[in-house]
Design a protein around this ligand. Structure first.
Ligand code: TYM
Length: 330
């Protein structure tokens, strides 16, 4: 069985972009692949966090993994810091990554270009840690949204470099990026990605948003004056974004079907259909989340997940350290 690994960094609450671009695929793939899904809490602290809020976000993230349908009897679900090998291999990967490569990473460059002050060293070297997350498990595939493609490509380069230098250490992973929904845009500015750091809070639908709030956000989404439900992200980014959301939440319904259904109808009808699909999904997720969050399942899942993940990760780290010549007593 091929292996798959992915993670989410809960620097804030999980949102619809995380669900559509990543989490729903983890759920889809858990039957077909050996699935490792983790919570990237080391990556979280590359930007300042309030400890109480971070702790809540982490628990919510695990509960949401489960509420969205990840099944701990099929998928290994764990917290990054519960498997110490991540930080150790992260450092080793960092020593095999060139500064020129890190300088090219668009996520860091974006933050830098916004003039954000006091960016941390951790944020800069983060792609090397992400490479370690993946390489520790010999993952064949990494299901991610489009914004993570560059990081997975760097992971491939690091893996190939280390394989060439030390012999076959790692499986070289491939990113898995869906055709529809890999880049969900902000509802208030469809030229920008939907993201946790949305300042207005109008463009991002959180999975735990009250249904009324979510509906309102969809109904006030920015559209255009073409008055035509048509898929063309260049000229109609807002409508195309809503179409991708609707398609992703209704069993990947073809975009052409959606165009046909709303031909001659107004944007009001179309937005109502999108809002209905969003609210139905959120309600389903939130009902399960409420059952899970205080049930003890979060802790149990993480305990079992960490034990299972550590077996693979510790063995890989030992193999890497030995190959590099860093060990004496093991
Ligand atoms: P993060 O936490 O920013 O996002 C988690 C996943 O959600 C996807 N995503 C989106 N997809 C579609 N539309 C959007 N608007 C949108 N926003 C986010 C992301 O592409 C991602 O798949 N570095 C990673 C976390 C990570 C990781 C890993 C992932 C750390 N180690 C190893 C895979 C493998 C991150 O910050 O994702």
């Amino acid at each position: 069985m091929k292996r798959m690994l992915s993670g989410i960094k809960p620097t804030g609450q999980l949102h619809l972009g995380n669900y559509i671009g990543a989490l729903r695929h983890f759920v889809e793939y858990q039957d077909e692949y050996e699935m490792y899904a983790f919570i990237a809490n080391l990556h979280c602290i590359t930007v300042p966090q309030d400890p109480e809020e971070l702790h809540k976000n982490l628990r919510d993230c695990v509960a949401l993994y489960l509420a969205c349908g990840l099944d701990p009897s099929k998928a290994t679900i764990f917290l990054q810091t519960d498997v110490r090998a991540h930080a150790q291999l992260g450092y080793i990967c960092c020593c095999h990554t060139y500064m020129g490569e890190l300088n090219r990473m668009t996520q860091f460059k974006d933050k830098q270009s916004k003039g954000e002050k006091n960016l941390s060293g951790g944020l800069y070297t983060y792609p090397a840690l992400m490479a370690a997350d993946i390489l520790l498990y010999d993952a064949d595939y990494v299901p991610v949204g489009e914004d993570q493609k560059q990081h997975v490509e760097l992971t491939r380069d690091i893996a190939e470099r280390m394989n060439n230098r030390y012999g076959d250490l790692f499986v070289v992973p491939e990113p898995l990026i869906a055709k529809v929904g890999a880049r969900i845009m902000s509802l208030s500015d469809p030229t920008k990605k939907m993201s946790k750091s949305d300042e207005t809070n109008k463009g991002c639908i959180y999975l735990l948003d009250p249904l009324k709030t979510a509906r309102k956000k969809v109904m006030s989404a920015v559209t255009d004056s073409y008055a035509k439900v048509h898929f063309d992200p260049e000229t109609q980014p807002g409508i195309s974004n809503l179409m991708q959301i609707l398609s992703s939440l209704s069993d990947n319904r073809p975009l052409g079907d959606i165009e046909a259904e709303f031909e001659g109808k107004g944007y009001g009808d179309f937005k109502r259909a999108v809002a209905d699909a969003v609210c139905t999904k959120l309600e389903e997720i939130q009902t399960r989340y409420n059952e899970i969050i205080e049930s003890g399942l979060v802790e149990k899942t993480l305990q079992e997940g960490a034990a299972k993940a550590s077996i693979l990760a510790d063995a890989k780290l030992a193999k890497v350290q030995k190959a590099i010549g860093m060990e004496i007593i093991r």
